[in-house]
Design a protein around this ligand. Structure first.
Ligand SMILES: O=C[C@H](O)COP(=O)(O)O
Length: 224
């Protein structure tokens, strides 16, 4: 599994970069809005410095194919050809994905709510597919089933495309995405916090520590 952070908050990225086996950072204009009117490329360059060789996924804003492709070119001109360009899968986006893949851009097909969008993006050569787990559930779409079908199509077509599931509101949704075939997930820092700070884990840690101290009258093994 690859784990990515769905945030552009520098403090959070710095913090979780030291904790997680971090494969990348993903963003979209709504995530960027949370940081205010940042110096866009300077900010993204700082993220690159923090995450090193991990991947950076940056979303286009243009709506027409030509605008999407110009956004993509601008992003790689500033951040490098290794940057993944996130493109929503609608008519203009799919045309841009097809065109940009022929020019060897790295592409993450995003805003995926249906299997059919995914099948088209796979055929167009997208590197990643980003299905929106929680948003699908809000629309009464079975997100786990959609991801399973996407994974089956990737297998059937022996495609190099990977599923980068996104839009999570709880840890169980992440588990379901992984279980149903996602090769990667991106989640906001609070999802990783939810997963790693559950009270049962802390209780186990405290109990083990107390048992050690009662047995050996030290706080650590190296104090023996
Ligand atoms: O870029 C995709 C985001 O992961 C969507 O997440 P959201 O549904 O929380 O806005």
């Amino acid at each position: 599994m690859k784990f990515m952070l769905d945030t552009v908050n520098l403090d959070k990225i710095r913090y979780y970069q030291s904790i997680l086996p971090l494969a990348g950072v993903t963003s979209n204009p709504s995530i960027i809005k949370k940081e205010g009117k940042i110096d866009f490329y300077a900010h993204l360059k700082k993220i690159k410095e923090i995450i090193g060789s991990a991947d950076l996924h940056v979303q286009v804003v243009g709506k027409l194919q030509e605008e999407i492709e110009k956004d993509a070119q601008d992003i790689v001109d500033h951040l490098g050809k290794e940057t993944f360009i996130k493109i929503p899968v609608n008519e203009e986006g799919l045309a841009a994905i097809k065109s940009l893949k022929s020019k060897e851009f790295k592409v993450t097909a995003t805003a995926i709510y249906t299997e059919f969008q995914a099948y088209l993006a796979i055929a167009a050569g997208a590197d990643y597919l980003a299905p929106y787990y929680n948003r699908m559930e809000n629309l009464n779409i079975n997100a786990a089933d959609v991801i399973y079908a996407m994974a089956e199509e990737i297998k059937r077509s022996s495609s190099p495309t990977e599923i980068l599931a996104a839009s999570f509101k709880n840890v169980n949704q992440v588990n379901q995405a992984c279980r149903n075939g996602a090769q990667a997930i991106t989640a906001s820092p609070d999802i990783f916090e939810q997963a790693l700070t559950m009270p049962a884990i802390q209780k186990a840690v405290t109990d083990f520590h107390d048992d050690w101290r009662e047995t050996f009258a030290t706080e650590k093994i190296y104090e023996l």
